[in-house]
Ligand binder design. Structure first.
Ligand code: PLP
Length: 441
């Protein structure tokens, strides 16, 4: 047997993503199992999952149907390439996804993550215009405070400074819409805020600057999640859609968080009644259990690629694991679980209770805004002078200690529980948050 040298700290090898590594390794927080709405820590404590893992475990943890589907598929067809050959389950899964997608989104390209879905969507947009003989449309428009994953395309169109500033000049030819965070006008709005539809008109300004003939696509999160739950003002997404249509610009919705029931509808496109041309998804597609993503496109976009000699590859793009059979099996079982338990619309039933519970935190220490939509919530705290994010980190640590998993970004507590949550558990989350707010500096 290979003798491995002993290491002084056996947590050292794993360079943890998006983590304060040194702080963690001095005081590790370990999750060892999970079931339904709870995690269990290595010291045997239960944590109520207020964040569905990372916005992904929409049906709750370790659901038997999903676990069984994975086990079965791993014993039957563990891996098969999807380049120049196929396997039945990937076609079946694509069809079932199209069944629940917004009208007209008829084709699905599989990836392994939200970041890859974004890269794929941006490439489809560029290649689509070129395939139509409109190859000068190369510019991509994102939005300030947008999060579109961590790959180069995604951070270029994204608008979170810490995710961008270390990585050079990024993609050329990208511009940004202003964000829609207007605390002065919209603080403590319940649901979609009233003010700010005119921010969509900034797209006209960008078009006037660059000319529509140079712009391929606009990409936005319908509800910005990672930047702290920033909602689109009333009418904003419709206005963006109109301006894109007027100028022949593709509209991409990044639904990596909002997809699969988070807002109380299958997709945010359904919630807002605005259908994009391309939609990126991941996370809830397999209940977060196996890495997977999918990009949905309208028929016209797909069909624009289907020309030239029939033996030629139409789109030079794909991943070794695109449509991995085990991920597809997990995805199919996830969709069945969502359907059987009505989870894609459960956020609508619980929305009012969620909203009332969250807004009962108004007036608690540090709270300067509360935002909600579907089963998403944000409690924004006043930052400690000169020490941004410190208060939120204390809140996170306190929650972990007291039995609630929250996510923080900036000085915002973001909540997005599994969609199986009960009203009693919503109250429990809010009671915990109240206690946290009262106990931190
Ligand atoms: C809107 C959005 N796009 C893309 C991503 C990136 O997904 P992943 O971490 O799976 O690459 C995320 C992740 O949170 C997201 O919220």
């Amino acid at each position: 047997m290979l003798e491995r040298p002993k290491r002084p700290n056996d947590l050292s090898a794993f360079w943890m993503p998006f983590t304060a590594n040194r702080q963690f390794k001095q005081a590790p927080r370990m999750l060892v199992s999970a079931k339904d709405m709870h995690y269990t820590t290595d010291d045997g404590r239960k944590l109520l999952d207020g964040t569905a893992g990372l916005w992904c475990v929409n049906a709750g943890h370790c659901r038997p149907k999903i676990t069984e589907a994975i086990r079965h598929q791993a014993g039957e067809l563990d891996y098969a390439p999807a380049f120049q050959m196929g396997h039945p389950i990937v076609f079946e899964f694509a069809s079932r996804l199209v069944d629940i997608a917004p009208e007209g989104m008829d084709h699905v390209f599989f990836t392994n993550s939200g970041s890859e879905s974004v890269e794929t969507a941006l490439k489809i947009a560029l290649a689509y215009h070129r395939a139509k003989g409109d190859g000068s449309r190369t510019r991509l428009i994102g939005r300030e405070r947008g999060y579109h994953g961590v790959n180069f395309g995604g951070i270029s169109v994204g608008g979170i400074v810490n995710n961008r500033k270390m990585f050079g000049t990024l993609l050329a030819g990208v511009d940004h819409l202003p964000h829609t965070y207007l605390p002065g006008k919209n603080a403590f709005s319940r649901g979609v805020p009233e003010h700010g539809v005119e921010l969509a008109d900034e797209l006209e300004r960008i078009v006037a600057l660059h000319d529509a003939s140079t712009i391929a696509a606009v990409i936005v999160e319908p509800v910005a999640g990672s930047a702290g739950v920033i909602l689109p003002p009333k009418g904003y997404l419709k206005r963006l859609r109109e301006i894109c249509d007027k100028h022949g610009i593709l509209l991409i919705f990044d639904e990596v968080i909002t997809g699969f029931g988070r807002l109380g509808t299958p997709f945010a496109a359904d919630y807002f009644g605005v259908v994009p041309d391309i939609m990126t998804t991941a996370k809830g597609i397999t209940n977060g259990v196996i890495p997977m993503g999918a990009v949905f496109v309208k028929k016209e976009i797909h069909d624009a690629f289907m020309n030239g000699p029939e033996h030629m590859i139409e789109f030079f793009h794909g991943y070794t694991y695109s449509g991995n059979p085990i991920a597809c099996a997990a995805g199919l079982a996830t969709l069945e679980t969502y359907r059987e338990e009505g989870l894609l619309t459960r956020g609508e039933e619980l929305g009012q209770h969620w909203e009332d519970a969250l807004h009962s935190l108004k007036g608690e220490p540090h709270v300067i805004d509360i935002r909600n939509i579907g089963l998403v919530g944000a409690i924004e705290m006043e930052p400690i002078q000169g020490q941004p994010t410190k208060r939120a980190f204390s809140a996170f640590l306190k929650g972990f200690e007291k039995g609630l998993l929250i996510r923080t970004t900036g000085d915002i507590i973001a909540l997005s529980p599994p969609l199986i949550i009960t009203k009693g558990q919503i109250d429990e989350i809010v009671d915990h948050v109240r206690e946290i707010l009262r106990s931190i500096d």
